[in-house]
Design a protein around this ligand. Structure first.
Ligand SMILES: O=C[C@H](O)COP(=O)(O)O
Length: 258
């Protein structure tokens, strides 16, 4: 039986300003109880401009919610206008950082090589990367979704040591299921998550692969989360739209009750 603690992470994307972020985290904190945190790790990934406010709230009230960023610069400092470094995120006590989200790959031309440099930057600064992978619709329709996703896993983890990789979180997000309401079938999610675990065993060891958490992401809601979480290789969810509604996100955290 798996000892992996599920990770439910809300990726707010480009939503909620810093005042709204405070109200939202307060609502989550009010609703979630110790028994929730014992069963599930809960995290939010707000926009960069919200992180200081979230940190102040989490620190001040000793909240058990973890938080992180949606992206990280591959560079440590210098003339990189608009970028945010791992050192800056670490200073704000971020735990996680999403790397290679499909929206970064699609709108900012992030290749596996760029994603890999960002994974390295995350580890360098003591952050845990949530490495996002997943195929576009044409690739799935052509039956190449597993191979495509595994090559993104391999590319993202290039030169990452076993000591580092044992803490990575992989988020499998089929692009066609993101924000579309089209949920990948639980069996389909399991197929790819299982293959990702197999790839981790091949790259490292079975023991390491058994330890790594693999999330599913793509139109996760309270109504479908239980079925997805019932899959043996799915260890959590990366939730976009539904994480903006605090009540709905709490229901997702409490997937066992749904
Ligand atoms: O990071 C989250 C994913 O992109 C899923 O977004 P979604 O739940 O709105 O489909």
């Amino acid at each position: 039986m798996s000892t992996r603690t599920p990770l439910m992470a809300g990726n707010w994307k480009m939503n909620l300003n810093h005042l709204e972020a405070i109200a939202h985290v307060q609502k989550l904190a009010f609703a979630l109880a110790d028994k929730d945190y014992e069963a599930v790790e809960v995290a939010v990934l707000p926009p960069f401009t919200d992180l200081r406010s979230v940190q102040t709230l989490v620190d001040g009230d000793k909240l058990k919610i973890k938080y992180g960023a949606q992206d990280i610069s591959a560079h440590d400092s210098g003339a990189y206008t608009g970028e945010i470094s791992g050192a800056m995120l670490a200073k704000l006590k971020c735990t996680y950082v999403a790397v290679g989200h499909s929206e970064r790959r699609q709108y900012h031309a992030e290749t596996d090589d760029i994603v890999n440099t960002k994974v390295k930057a995350a580890y360098k600064h003591g952050l845990t990367p949530i490495l996002c992978v997943g195929e576009e619709l044409e690739i799935r329709e052509a039956g190449n979704h597993v191979a495509h996703t595994l090559s993104q896993v391999e590319g993202g983890l290039k030169d990452i040591t076993a000591e580092q990789a044992e803490t990575v979180v992989i988020a499998y997000e089929p692009v066609w299921a993101i924000g579309t309401g089209k949920v990948c079938g639980a069996d389909d999610a399991q197929e790819v998550c299982q293959a990702i675990r197999g790839k981790l065993a091949e790259l490292y060891t079975q023991e390491l692969a058994d330890q790594v958490r693999i999330q599913y992401g793509g139109s996760v809601k309270s109504g479908n989360v239980a079925e997805i979480m019932a899959q043996p290789d799915v260890d959590g969810a990366l939730v976009g739209g539904a994480s903006l509604d605090a009540d709905e996100f709490v229901k997702i955290v409490r997937f066992r009750d749904q």
